[in-house]
Each structure stands twice: as structure tokens, then as C-alpha cells.
Design a protein around this ligand. Structure first.
Ligand code: FMN
Length: 381
């Protein structure tokens, strides 16, 4: 199986599974507890049917959107994800380059493996910095200042990860940073020597957003301990209000699900919220963002940009979310499996397929622009 054989999410996932050592594949593919929420994220799109209009002159289709002041050529963006260097040696460089080529936004995780400065210098496309809130307020201020100095466009504070989710696949394989593989996990690395060769012959693994501030080298601190020891579970709305003031630019909260929280986000001056359950990786049993979208849009979308991510695998999923009132839609595993399958060429192919699907589906729906999508186009079973 080659990249050219990949025509959809499932093909990229299959190729990624062939190329990656099992523990790394499971880190991407897995989710919390029984992975119920993870499965529901995609399944919830199937409760909803599209009702097309016809004969509307759709030779030209405009897929662009503006979200948090950023103009995107596509209504999807690459949501921030950790540790991309492990999935392919090009890591974040590949994702940023592909996002720039398609004129869309990409996120750099606090746990990213390429520095936000390097990515900013390389590409002019809108860049998000995904932030976790630390107990050390001085550290938070220093990291925000660094992002400001680098020219980051949007600050995205993840609020659904106040503690790490229970990812049982990782417990079984021993996946952690630094690696603490079980014998079974080690065997999985041994049978994927090509991944090992690539890993060892390219730039070394780093966490440049953090390693200036936190000693994660030589096993001094694991990512698990980073979450439990360094992040601040006592964070409140007042703390975030201070951050929003300090940032003084586009600021969004990732992981909002309740209407009351969406309203609080407006009160403290945020420009955007992302309905998300972290791809089902945090609170299993939580509602899917698509199921919750209409309620949130009705409560706040006239005052704040509402986005969503979780389970998006198809252009029709994107159109359903936009029809309900989302301004843009984030993808995670959709581009990560493509990255693991073939680096930058993989992510470009995945984004290209998604762009072609959205364009084709808009024509089939009878829409020339995203603004023409509405709830009139949807029926729920
Ligand atoms: C391997 C992996 C790592 C992730 N790392 C982060 C992260 O560092 N910060 C964050 O806010 N979200 C992170 N996420 C969540 C994504 O940003 C996004 O919310 C989620 O992947 C969307 O679901 P999907 O994968 O079904 O598209 C991660 C997701 C995955 C799959």
C-alpha cells in the first residue's frame, strides 16, 4: 500500500498503522477509558442527513471563511497536536507547510516538537499557539510573551485537560515521554526498523516550547508528571480573564461544551470557542461536539466565533457542522495519520482530498459559498 492508494481517512489510518510502531499508532488512534466518546464523535454525524438544493448555478464555489479575524481558504484547520516528530521525522514542519499550501490555519501544541518561532519564520499562514495553564504564573506570562514576540496570530487555551485522560492503550504499551515501554511495546518497535532508522537519522526529538522552562531531558520529568505536577487544576475564569487581557489579541478556549461556559468566554473577552472533547481522549462519556453544536450556536454565535473538532473524516461532516452554525472545523487524526503515512506529501494529499470533497459536496448541495449553508439543509433522524 502506497500514498497513492489512500483515498480517505481509513486508508491513511491503515497506512499509518503499517508504518508506525504499535505503541505510537495506539497513542494517536486511542482515546480515554472505553473510547465511547471517541467513537461517538464520528457516529453523531450519521444522525444527521443533508437535504440538497439543485439548479443553483454552482460552477464557481467559494470555500473561504473568516474566523477570529483570520481569513482561511478552507473551512477546516489543523488542530494542535502533541509530539508530531514521533509520527514522522518531518513532524510539525510538514503539517505547517501543508497548511500554508492550502491557505489554512495550523496549531502548534505546547507539546510540539518544532519551535513556534521556526514555524512562524517558515510560513505566513495563520498560526495558533495551543497553551496549557501552569501553576507558575510567571512561566505562563513568559510563554505568552514568547508567542507574542514570535508573531503568533491566535492564542488557544485548552481547558479540557486539567488532568491527563485515562488512555489505557498507552498503559498497556508503556507509551510515555520519555519511553517506558513494556516488553510487548519494545517488540512492536523492533518489528518496525524503518521507523527507527528514520527517527535516528533525522533531527533529534525536542520539546522546544517547554525545554527552555522545564527540564524534560534524561527522564527528569515525564509528560504524565508535567500534567499532574506543572499544570494548574485550580485555574478559574479569573485567571483566564487575566491571560486574555495580557494577550490583547485573538484568544479562544478549546474544550468548551456547556452553554454557560460559552457565555463566560464572551464575558472575559474571548473571540472564539472550540467545542471539543479532545478527540475523546479526556472525559469518556462526554457528549460529542457535533451533538452539542446547535445548543451552543443558539446561545452565543451572534457574539463569538464558534468552532468545533472531533471525529471529522469527510467533507460532508464539515458541511453538516457549518450548516449548524460552526465558523470553521478542526481536524486532528485526519491529518496525523496522513503525516505518519507519508510526511508532508501525506498531509498535502489528505488536505487536497478534503478540499476536493468539500468543493464537490457544496456543488451537490447547491451552495456557492459557505454562508449559503444553513439548518434548512439538515434533518435529524
Ligand atoms: C495524538 C493526538 C495528540 C493531541 N495533542 C493535543 C495537544 O497537545 N493539545 C491539544 O489541545 N489538543 C491535542 N489533541 C486534540 C486535538 O487538537 C483535537 O481536539 C482532536 O484530535 C480532534 O479529534 P479528531 O482527532 O477526531 O479530529 C491531540 C489529539 C491527538 C489525536
Amino acid at each position: 500500500m502506497q500514498l497513492g492508494d489512500c483515498h480517505n481517512f481509513h486508508d491513511f489510518r491503515r497506512l499509518a498503522k503499517r508504518r508506525l510502531p504499535g505503541p505510537i499508532f495506539d497513542y494517536i488512534d486511542g482515546a480515554a477509558d472505553d473510547e465511547v466518546t471517541h467513537r461517538r464523535n464520528t457516529a453523531s454525524f450519521q444522525r444527521c442527513d443533508l437535504v440538497p438544493n439543485v439548479l443553483r448555478g454552482v460552477a464557481a464555489v467559494d470555500m473561504s471563511v473568516t474566523v477570529m479575524g483570520q481569513k482561511l481558504a478552507l473551512p477546516i484547520y489543523c488542530s494542535p497536536t502533541a509530539l508530531q516528530r514521533l509520527f514522522h521525522h518531518q513532524g510539525e514542519r510538514a503539517v505547517a507547510a501543508a497548511a500554508a499550501k492550502f491557505g489554512t490555519m495550523f496549531g502548534v501544541s505546547s507539546l510540539g516538537t518544532v519551535s513556534l518561532e521556526d514555524l512562524r519564520k517558515a510560513h505566513a499562514t495563520p498560526q495558533v499557539y495551543q497553551f496549557y495553564f501552569h501553576k507558575d504564573r510567571g512561566l505562563n506570562r513568559a510563554m505568552m510573551q514568547r508567542a507574542k514576540d514570535a508573531g503568533v496570530d491566535v492564542m488557544m487555551l485548552t481547558v479540557d485537560s486539567i488532568t491527563g485522560g485515562n488512555r489505557e492503550r498507552d498503559l498497556r504499551t508503556g507509551f510515555s515521554i520519555p519511553f517506558r515501554l513494556t516488553p510487548g511495546g519494545m517488540l512492536q518497535f523492533a518489528i518496525k526498523p524503518r521507523w527507527g532508522l528514520n527517527y535516528l537519522t533525522h533531527e533529534s526529538f525536542k520539546l522546544p516550547q517547554l525545554d527552555q522552562h522545564i527540564d524534560m531531558s534524561g527522564g527528569a520529568l515525564s509528560i504524565g508528571r508535567y500534567f499532574t505536577e506543572m499544570l494548574d487544576a485550580s485555574m478559574t475564569w479569573d485567571d483566564v480573564a487575566d491571560m486574555v487581557r495580557l494577550w490583547n489579541g485573538p484568544f479562544c478556549l478549546k474544550g468548551i461544551m456547556a452553554p454557560a461556559d460559552a457565555k463566560r468566554a464572551i464575558d472575559i473577552g474571548c473571540n472564539g470557542i472550540i467545542l471539543s472533547n479532545h478527540g475523546g481522549r479526556q472525559l469518556d462519556g462526554s457528549r460529542s461536539p457535533f451533538d452539542q453544536l446547535a445548543e451552543i450556536v443558539d446561545a452565543v454565535a451572534d457574539r463569538i466565533d464558534v468552532m468545533m473538532d472531533g471525529g471529522v473524516q469527510r467533507g460532508t461532516h464539515v458541511l453538516k457542522a457549518l450548516s449548524l452554525g460552526a465558523k470553521a472545523v478542526g481536524v486532528g487524526r485526519f491529518y496525523l495519520f496522513a503525516l505518519a503515512a507519508a510526511g508532508q506529501a501525506g498531509v498535502e494529499r489528505a488536505l487536497g482530498l478534503m478540499r476536493a470533497e468539500i468543493e464537490r459536496d457544496m456543488r451537490l448541495m447547491g451552495c456557492q459559498s459557505i454562508a449559503q449553508l444553513s439548518r434548512d439543509n439538515l434533518r435529524f433522524r
